[in-house]
Design a protein around this ligand. Structure first.
Ligand code: MIG
Length: 649
């Protein structure tokens, strides 16, 4: 049961698609309305668990933290940092009383969850306009499913998007992409796509290719597609101010850019230098932007990643005069950091949207900008391409999960961020972002062999499995490392598990369910509540990734009897195990996972590309009797739950 209480005159955010009954009361919470804010307070029980908040720092149980929804381009993924790239204002209180809340507001929203032992949940919306959704239910999982149904079915990527992807900020010419393909082919490593970062562009302008370094984009796309590899270009939010350029000129002529106070086009500098930001709040501007992807689809591209759409600003006229034009705040001292944050706030307060006749100050609706970019590209691509496409974004807001996936931005090659990736996945799933993942191996810093192997061994289970690294970092492609057999083992496992992963993902997306869940969503066993480094993946699989440097295995809790499956690169070895704690050895290069009693998990043949995918001769692991396999051609938009065949042992 979900209801909504409306405060003030909120804009439609598009987050909830279901028709939801209104009510006048707010249950559970104390509400106080001030001049510019609304504050909600709830006294937490000492044992209460708080779930949700999607892409934020901290643990899966959000207790102890302070989180601010105000989308920010930040590489500082530390618990002291309250804001990342997304705003996912859904949370669940589970304990003495159990209920769900969704603070549907695109303005800055702060959450204190038993912060510094305050014992209370305090939410401050920095706006008087808000829709507060209240979701009733007995258990967190039930509340979550009610919420997911209300925000609509998830984005469905094509099957090739479940293959392995390679990326790096620094690939700058045709040959770099051919080298990556060859690197994987030579070692017998699977691969499905390579991302093209901003260096493909001419002067960092969207909808261009550098004429010398990419003389024949269409030829390159075709050449790689013949080898099963797709290219996935990046698209940044800002449009380069480039008189004479057709995209810039048509945006200007159509009035599709955000306005400054005086009514001119707002200017901010990002990678291309001075840019204008498309006004994604405006229907016509969204249509205009979506149509621009024809530039790529005409060359044969079928996948895209949207970046810098918080929107990130390197500097504005104001911050440039104040010498605050930096983009890596982690290198700034505390004082400069604060000055920069203030300058950013000033920038965000100095431009405006035209939401089909309603003028909005950007600052008041900031958190929706990236989500609306995703919507614009998704709706455009839907018209341009006859089949499903890959699309993932950096910035997001709840509801954007209907239009595309997300990745979690500029993490670092360190063990803590592998664990962060593990914690993010269930939280993102709660908020409707099933197609998601982190930069495997880490973006900033240098990744070593051990970390990459362990990280890949976890990413095997995340829908988006992409190795991405930042500029000037050490080579991070799997084929660059010693001992290729360990990498081949893990990458091959991903492809052998595809029938299961794809099927479970599609069922979850279509049904409004989660793909990756905390154990506590499934088991009513108090022992599992604090366990956040084990996850359920679909219905027949529990994972317990190794996230500790130097570990040769780990302790795993089995909430019920399970089949332990050990993958050694060649064979699956099964062993029945009882409920309870176990010490499991997991040598580098191996992957160990668990199938609950009475469940089956289908695995396919060893393939190196999703083009070779088939569901003939699946092996069924586990002790169940049957498995419901979702099948389709991996491209059609006509996905429904009719496409299920029952496999029996
Ligand atoms: O200012 O396009 O998060 O994945 O490689 C950095 C360059 C811009 C940030 C993205 C990252 C990407 C990088 N981008």
């Amino acid at each position: 049961m979900i209801t909504v209480k409306v405060f003030g005159d909120p804009i439609p955010t598009g987050a909830v698609t279901a028709t939801v009954p209104q009510r006048d009361r707010v249950e559970h919470l104390q509400v106080s309305v001030a001049e510019k804010t609304i504050t909600f307070v709830y006294k937490l029980g000492t044992e209460d668990v708080v779930y949700g908040l999607g892409e934020t720092m901290g643990r899966v149980n959000k207790r102890g933290g302070h989180y601010i929804s105000f989308n920010t381009d930040t590489a500082e993924h530390e618990d002291s940092n309250p804001s990342l790239y997304a705003s996912h204002n859904f949370l669940i209180v589970w304990g003495r009383e159990t209920f769900g809340l969704f603070f549907d507001s695109p303005a800055k929203t702060e959450f204190w969850v038993d912060h510094q032992g305050s014992g209370e949940l305090r939410v401050v919306c920095h706006s008087r306009d808000l829709r507060l959704y209240q979701i009733a239910g007995e258990r967190p999982y039930e509340i979550c499913r009610t919420f997911l149904k209300a925000i609509g079915p998830g984005y469905l990527p094509p099957r090739w998007a479940f293959g392995y992807g390679q990326s790096r900020f620094g690939y700058a010419k045709e040959q770099d992409f051919l080298d990556v393909v060859r690197g994987h082919e030579e070692k017998g490593f699977p691969l499905d796509y390579i991302c093209m970062d901003i260096d493909y562009m001419d002067g960092f302008a969207d909808f261009t290719f550098h004429p010398q370094r990419f003389p024949d984009p269409k030829g390159l796309v075709e050449k790689l597609k013949d080898r099963g590899i797709r290219l996935v270009p990046i698209v940044d939010a800002g449009i380069k101010i480039a008189p004479g350029d057709p995209v810039y000129e048509s945006g200007l002529k159509g009035g599709h850019f955000c306005r400054d106070r005086e009514g001119g086009c707002f200017r901010a500098a990002v990678w291309p230098g001075w840019t204008h930001f498309p006004d994604f709040f405006n229907t016509k501007a969204r249509e205009w932007f979506g149509k621009q992807y024809k530039f790529y689809t005409d060359f044969g591209f079928e996948g895209f990643w949207n970046d810098m759409n918080e929107p990130a600003i390197f500097y504005s006229q104001y911050s440039r005069t104040k010498k605050l034009g930096f983009f890596l705040d982690m290198f700034l001292g505390e004082k400069r950091k604060e000055e920069k944050a203030r300058a950013m706030e000033r920038d965000y307060k100095s431009f405006y949207h035209d939401m089909d006749g309603r003028r909005l100050r950007h600052y008041d609706v900031h958190d929706l900008y990236g989500a609306l970019m995703t919507r614009a590209s998704s709706e455009g691509l839907r018209k341009l391409l006859p089949h499903r496409f890959l699309l993932f974004s950096r910035s997001s807001y709840i509801g954007a999960g209907r239009y595309g996936g997300i990745w979690t931005g500029d993490n670092t090659s360190k063990w803590e961020h592998l664990l962060l990736n593990v914690r993010h996945m269930p939280s993102l799933n709660m908020c409707g972002f099933l197609y998601s993942g982190a930069d495997t191996g880490g973006f900033m810093g240098n990744c070593d062999r051990e970390l990459l192997l362990r990280w890949l061994a976890f990413s095997v289970f995340t829908p988006l499995m992409r190795n991405h690294a930042g500029k000037f970092t050490k080579d991070q492609e799997a084929y660059r490392f010693e001992g290729p057999e360990d990498f081949r083992s893990i990458l091959t496992l991903r492809y052998r598990l595809l029938p299961y992963l794809y099927s479970e993902f599609m069922k979850a997306s279509l049904e409004g369910d989660m793909f990756m869940k905390p154990l506590s969503f499934v088991y009513e066993d108090p022992t599992v509540v604090p366990i956040e480094d084990q996850l359920m993946v679909g219905d027949s699989l529990m994972i317990a990734p190794v996230v500790t440097q130097g570990a040769t295995g780990r302790r795993v809790y089995l909430p019920e009897p399970m089949t332990m499956v050990r993958w050694d690169g060649d064979t699956f070895t099964c062993e029945a195990m009882d409920r309870g704690w176990r010490e499991i050895s997991v040598p580098l290069g191996q992957v160990v996972f668990f199938i609950p009693e009475g469940k089956l998990l289908p695995v396919g043949k060893a393939i190196t590309n999703t083009a070779q995918y088939d569901t003939e001769d699946l092996t069924l692991l586990g002790t169940g009797n049957s498995y419901r396999l979702y099948t389709d051609d991996g491209l059609t938009h006509h996905c429904d739950l009719q496409n299920i065949v029952t496999l029996t042992k």
